[in-house]
Ligand binder design. Structure first.
Ligand code: NAD
Length: 471
């Protein structure tokens, strides 16, 4: 049992004023593994005051000083990589490989922003005037549970690169992982108050951050519903917002694609991170006359997916994060069946022998149409919807017929055609014949997938504000 009973304010681990607790559960077994004491509004106000005081000095630091801090943060994270991975496997249920990649990405985000600082222009010319890009102030960082360290670190790295200070509210469900991250960040020895971390509930700590006048900006990753609440609340004090929200990404396989490779990629794109990915390629679009071939390939590919104990190096899909998430995904599987979709693989219930944890059978529905709820709503579990198109124009129309616009995937041999299709897709990122992340390129959504962009120089632009000097 781990007891997380401190939060981090003004460079110190302190006992929170809040006294409520939240149970931490291992999703592979549903056993109780820890308890976190939740911060409250008073804790949040103290953290904001500390970040506000630190901003005075930190906003005046040089690029060289901030680059040095970023390097120290990276070094401190790398020293604890084994602990970070173990906690991510235990508390979140990420398979080993995923847990490692996600925590390495977290550590690397400090180096990525050190690199961005090398040629980011804080002083620019516009007309005859000088434009100075000023750090915004205190940034509130609110993050979800599906890649805890990576969201905390990327947003904090951006804030530090800009010269902003931060109050971080991670997901209450990731407190064990967060504890190790905080220990690493503390070890880096930044000036007190530059970052503060308050464990707590969204409608308590998150709500206070959203309403407090001393918060200049909110960087949020999470569900579209909560994102909308934050945007509404933020407008009262004109906070800037970056919102990274949900998705229902389409994956178009074109006629000339290598179908065997493309289907393998489609399965990985949908089931990555146990299916709990905002960028999951959960709507697969294939040419109508190739349907039977695709079904056979999908059946084979899904049968090979190893679901199981995330501690096992061979496991590709672990449990869902919570029983609530498990029930939610089961409900979508029932909806798919009741709605008349054809169950091609998986289905309701646990995979055999994995009844104790929140394990879901990797599921594929064929015969899905875009008006079905399983095609419209973000399921956030390993459930793939297979749809067909008659021609490329129809594929693009179906792909764009969604309230979301985070990411899309295209497979095809003719690069002119894949580029043409990509140009017509309404999505913040389009991945062509690959499943990769570029941490220096912008990431974010069109439509209800969010507002703003993260990563690289585009991400940094969102933490600074232009001030014009007319001389
Ligand atoms: P969530 O929206 O429930 O919670 C995210 C964070 O917001 C948590 O820290 C939570 O405590 C906090 N929160 C909840 N209510 C709040 C309120 N009223 N005010 C302020 N903060 C509040 O999301 P989740 O269930 O943790 O994560 C899953 C969701 O996140 C999915 O919808 C997924 O698509 C989305 N997501 C998006 C991205 C992206 O980059 N676009 C990445 C990962 C996850």
């Amino acid at each position: 049992m781990k007891a997380i009973d401190h939060i981090y304010i003004n460079g110190e681990f302190v006992k929170p004023h809040g006294t409520n607790t939240f149970n931490l559960i291992n999703p592979s077994t549903n056993a109780l593994i820890g308890q976190v004491v939740l911060g409250d509004e008073t804790d949040t106000q103290r953290a904001i005051a500390s970040a506000k005081a630190a901003f005075q000095q930190f906003s005046q630091t040089t690029v060289a000083e901030r680059s040095n801090y970023l390097q120290r943060l990276y070094d401190a994270m790398m020293k604890r990589m084994d602990d970070l991975v173990a906690a991510t496997v235990e508390e979140y249920g990420a398979p080993q490989e995923r847990a490692l990649a996600s925590n390495q990405l977290a550590a690397n985000s400090f180096l990525h922003y050190k690199k961005v600082l090398q040629d980011f222009e804080f002083v620019r010319k516009a007309g005859d005037s000088e434009v100075i890009m000023m750090p915004l102030g205190v940034v509130a960082i609110i993050t979800p549970w599906n890649a805890n360290a990576s969201y905390i670190c990327n947003k904090l790295a951006t804030a530090i690169a800009a010269g902003c200070t931060a109050v971080i509210k991670p997901s209450e469900m990731s407190a064990i992982q967060t504890q190790i991250v905080v220990e690493c960040l503390h070890e880096a020895g930044l000036p007190a108050g530059v970052f503060n971390i308050v464990n707590g509930l969204g409608d308590v700590v998150g709500a206070e951050l959203t309403r407090h006048p001393d918060i200049a900006k909110i960087s949020f990753t999470g569900s579209t519903n909560v994102g909308k609440m934050i945007a509404r609340g933020a407008v009262d004090t004109m906070k800037r917002v970056t919102l990274e929200l949900g998705g229902k990404s389409a994956n178009i396989i074109l006629e000339d694609a290598d179908f065997e490779k493309a289907i393998q990629l489609a399965v990985s794109a949908c089931f990555m991170n146990n299916g709990q990915a905002c960028i999951a390629g959960s709507r697969l679009l294939v040419p109508e006359h190739r349907l039977e071939e695709v079904k056979a390939l999908l059946k084979t590919a899904v049968a090979r997916v190893k679901v199981g104990d995330p501690r096992d190096a061979a496991t590709e899909v672990g449990p869902l994060v919570s029983l609530k998430q498990y029930e939610r995904v089961q409900e979508y599987i029932r909806l798919g069946i009741a709605g008349g979709a054809e169950l091609l693989a998986g289905g309701e219930g646990h995979p055999e022998g994995l009844e104790a944890g929140n394990f879901v059978k990797p599921t594929v529905f064929a015969g899905v149409t875009n008006d079905m709820r399983i095609a419209k709503e973000e399921i956030f579990g390993p459930v793939l919807s297979l749809m067909t198109y008659k021609n490329v124009a129809e594929a693009i129309e179906i792909a764009n017929d969604t309230v979301y616009g985070l990411q899309a995937y295209v497979s095809g041999a003719d690069m002119n055609q894949t580029r043409e299709v990509a140009a017509k897709l309404i999505a913040g990122r389009v991945l062509i014949n690959c499943l990769q992340h570029d941490p220096m390129a912008p990431f974010g959504g069109f439509k209800q997938s969010g507002i703003g962009r993260e990563f690289g120089a585009y991400g940094l632009e969102e933490y600074v504000e232009p001030k014009t000097l007319i001389l």
